[in-house]
Design a protein around this ligand. Sequence first.
Ligand code: 5MY
Ligand code: ADP
Ligand code: MG
Ligand code: MG
Length: 339
Amino acid sequence: MGNGEGGGDGIRVGYALPLKKVDTLITPSLVTCAQQRGIHLIPIDLHKPLIDQGPFHCLVHKIYSDDWNRQLLDFKSKNHSVLIIDSPDAIQRLHNRISMLDFVNQLSPSPFPISFGIPRQIVVDDSNAQLLNDPNNLLKFISFPAIAKPLVADGSAKSHEMSLVFNAQALIELRPPVVLQEFVDHGGVVFKVYVAGNHVKCVKRRSLPDASRQLQSQAQGGILTFSQISNLADDKGANCLDDAQVPPVDFVEFMAKNLRQALTLHLFNFDMIRDRRVSAELGIRYLVIDINYFPGYAKIPGYEAMLTDFLYDVVKNTRDNKDADLQHERQGQMGNAAE
Ligand SMILES: O=P(O)(O)O[C@@H]1[C@@H](OP(=O)(O)O)[C@H](OP(=O)(O)O)[C@H](O)[C@H](OP(=O)(O)O)[C@H]1OP(=O)(O)O
Ligand SMILES: Nc1ncnc2c1ncn2[C@@H]1O[C@H](COP(=O)(O)OP(=O)(O)O)[C@@H](O)[C@H]1O
Ligand SMILES: [Mg+2]
Ligand SMILES: [Mg+2]
């Protein structure tokens, strides 16, 4: 056993998180809830080498740096049995708004009378920046209004700065690399689905209103910038929120599992909107518009139990699998000895 591998009583979970996230997530209520299931949440000191810390059964993290990724690799190579949630390579896919969503159209189709997909989108970077001056060509890919999103989604304030673009003239305001995504009318509500392994919760949040004339009139020069609209606390749009029906639980759970398996991630949330353009014959359709690694779980009611159950299950399942492997191995040895 490496020094970092957990032994002894209880389940030891190390967490490596930015201070802001520690403050919001590692609350006394979470610590108590975890302790009641024998889980100890242990802060990892980011000023000291990871390799000198532990022991842990499991390690969760949201630190984005090459140095941290190297430390994780080194730690894992010396502590094989420590579960690292999640792998930096799998997380990396969510740092680019194209790789974050492009696989969604290839997922297993929905077995429910509800379909899913993503909005039409195109990346504009150095290789095709001339598209911004060539709206006729651009219109082959997307239509207006469109949302321009920074290509990189690395958690920085900049990566959340969006613009609603109403016409081709406004395109010159954009700074590539950006993703231009069709704006889809969706009734002003976004559904946020929080996933922690096979534990799933869906909540409603306010979103941009349907691309009305009123919005367009506010857009000077055909462009309107905004940031983290779903976290804004004012109560405009509260009516749409109250009236909106959350998608059926079965469908939400199906989507969560589908995404979890494709991404090979345990801790994430995804934003879904209901496509209001879809006609009655075509039925109900949801579009995935954003996927975030290790989001703000503390905003959902009952998050303490959700995260505790997840950590318990993930460590216990790994232990059970190891015990089964060991038993299998022993039976094999006994079989050999008997021959
Ligand atoms: O801080 P919070 O609670 O607003 O959580 C943010 C998330 O909000 P949500 O839980 O989806 O409402 C937020 O989700 P959105 O991008 O707003 O959909 C991000 O996950 C954000 O992380 P990052 O800055 O993109 O790395 C999350 O920020 P960090 O907590 O990771 O800093
Ligand atoms: N294609 C779209 N059509 C309509 N509204 C959208 C679309 N994409 C994003 N939005 C709105 O913009 C918000 C921010 O976009 P999102 O991709 O979730 O970025 P962030 O990573 O900053 O949360 C969403 O929560 C939703 O309200
Ligand atoms: Mg979002
Ligand atoms: Mg996001």
